[in-house]
Ligand binder design. Structure first.
Ligand SMILES: Cc1cc2nc3c(=O)[nH]c(=O)nc-3n(C[C@H](O)[C@H](O)[C@H](O)COP(=O)(O)OP(=O)(O)OC[C@H]3O[C@@H](n4cnc5c(N)ncnc54)[C@H](O)[C@@H]3O)c2cc1C
Length: 439
């Protein structure tokens, strides 16, 4: 008979992955490189392979730092001037700005207005950081991602744009830890909300991060599609084999920009593009990992600054990109003010209600997640543990009776249809490498 998931919190990193609580951020592999190795599982995402037993101190440290299993705000650490109206649903918010990178090439290449790249680069160019730890297409397998450190404008520019595919930027935090421990210049860290939460949690296990990270920038995220999403996308684009793809961008080069893949077909150069609606809307978002469906933080609540799309109005065709910039800490406020003063960011202050108006789907998501987690617990499945991140009130207030019912019944159906009572196995997949003449 096949093994069932235990109805309790995970006891090690293997159980986090088996219980589908892993978001793939890579925090565990950074905190305990001897105990965990991240691999690409094409059907699931970036996943940890645990190398030491649950009882080892390394494995225990990795589990303590895991933001997939448990996540909590520290009420003592929330700035006193955070907007009390937004705090329960959106985390600490000090200021909200709308604007774009002052560098037109960064603005064009960026997912929205290139604000994340411009803010990070400004810190590097002004001497406040040695480099940027973030995500890029993997050099030898362009359908996958890897963690990189950018130290120049050209590198930051080449890596601008959201990649709607698994990425583990926390596995690159060792450079920041070393810098913090040795007194060297710190790094900027850019990641999705789960990545930034992982970096924040990791600082309790690796105190070097406190000095070694100059700023954390979170990009809003509705969920990460597995690599299977990218494989379906390039197949629909007309590529016979994934190995025929030389490069893929998901967004940017315009706003919201198109998904563009370049490679070969029938031995000839071939390029295909899908609109944002046809790539994210019709293909990628269907491949989001389960952990993202039970995520309460889609806007980078643990970051110093988070950046998303100001989708509170229609984007005109050909309109240049704009970003919503959410300042969450005093450190973030100083960084944004300095980037603005230098012209690296061109920003105007907007009312705080622009945040919920820009992401109306996320208003309901919080409540729906409460219903999904309650269903998982009722059915005896392990679920993420959240503290000081309220969601029940949103379930009560923001969901229609139909949506309320769906958050329970729909989740129960999904659990059955996807066989989620059984542990998810992690299988390391061979990367779809780009074909070379010899292959
Ligand atoms: C999986 C995913 C889901 C998203 N969902 C939403 C959403 O629901 N709402 C919304 O407004 N925006 C969403 N975005 C887009 C992104 O948050 C916005 O475009 C944001 O405004 C950043 O734009 P920018 O031009 O300032 O960033 P850019 O200047 O383009 O910089 C983007 C930065 O993100 C890093 N990055 C790229 N891909 C990843 C990745 N997979 N994981 C970690 N870091 C990465 C890059 O290295 C780069 O540093 C999503 C992005 C991703 C990757």
């Amino acid at each position: 008979m096949s093994r069932r998931l235990p109805a309790r919190a995970p006891r090690d990193i293997t159980e986090v992955a088996e219980g589908r609580l892993c978001s793939g951020c890579g925090t565990c592999a950074f905190v305990s490189p001897d105990a965990v190795r991240m691999v690409d599982d094409l059907a699931a995402g970036r996943r940890p392979l645990q190398l030491l037993p649950a009882s080892s101190s390394s494995t225990r440290a990795a589990l303590r730092a895991c933001p997939g299993a448990a996540l909590a705000h520290d009420p003592q650490a929330v700035p006193a001037n955070a907007d009390p109206g937004l705090l329960p649903g959106w985390g600490p918010v000090l200021e909200i700005w709308e604007g774009y990178a002052g560098d037109p090439e960064l603005r064009y290449a960026g997912s929205s207005g290139g604000a994340a790249s411009a803010l990070a680069l400004h810190l590097v160019e002004s001497g406040g950081a040695a480099g940027v730890i973030h995500t890029a297409a993997r050099a030898d397998a362009p359908l996958l991602n890897e963690t990189v450190i950018s130290t120049s404008r050209d590198e930051v520019l080449a890596r601008a744009g959201s990649r709607y595919a698994p990425a583990s930027p926390c596995d690159g935090l060792a450079a920041a830890d070393r810098a913090g421990t040795s007194g060297a210049a710190p790094y900027v860290f850019i990641g999705k909300p789960c990545d930034v939460a992982g970096a924040a949690k990791a600082a309790t296990e690796r105190p070097g991060l406190r000095e070694g990270v100059a700023l954390t920038i979170g990009v809003f995220c509705a969920g990460t599609p597995s690599t299977a999403g990218t494989l379906e996308l390039v197949q629909r684009m007309g590529f016979a084999q994934p190995q025929d793809v030389e490069s893929i961008r998901y967004r940017g080069n315009g706003w919201p920009g198109e998904a563009v893949a370049v490679g070969t077909r029938d031995g000839e150069k071939y390029e295909a593009s899908f609109s944002y609606a046809d790539s994210w809307g019709a293909v990628l978002q269907r491949h989001r990992q389960w952990r993202c469906h039970v995520c309460l933080d889609h806007t980078g609540e643990f970051a110093d600054v988070s950046v998303g799309d100001p989708w509170y109005r229609e984007v005109e065709p050909g309109e240049p990109g704009r970003s919503l910039v959410v300042v969450r800490t005093e450190r973030g406020r100083r960084a944004v003010a300095a980037a603005r003063a230098s012209g690296a960011l061109v920003l105007e202050r907007v009312a705080n209600d622009v945040l919920p108006r820009s992401q109306p789907n996320l208003v309901r998501t919080r409540g729906a997640v409460w219903g999904r987690i309650a269903t998982m617990r009722l059915l005896g499945l392990p679920a993420p543990r959240y503290r000081h991140m309220p969601a029940f009130r949103s379930w009560l207030r923001d969901l229609t009776p139909r949506d309320k019912a769906r958050s329970f019944v729909g989740t129960a159906r999904r659990i059955r249809a996807r066989g989620m009572r059984r542990p998810a196995t992690v299988s390391e997949s061979a990367p779809p490498r780009q074909r070379t003449d010899a292959s």
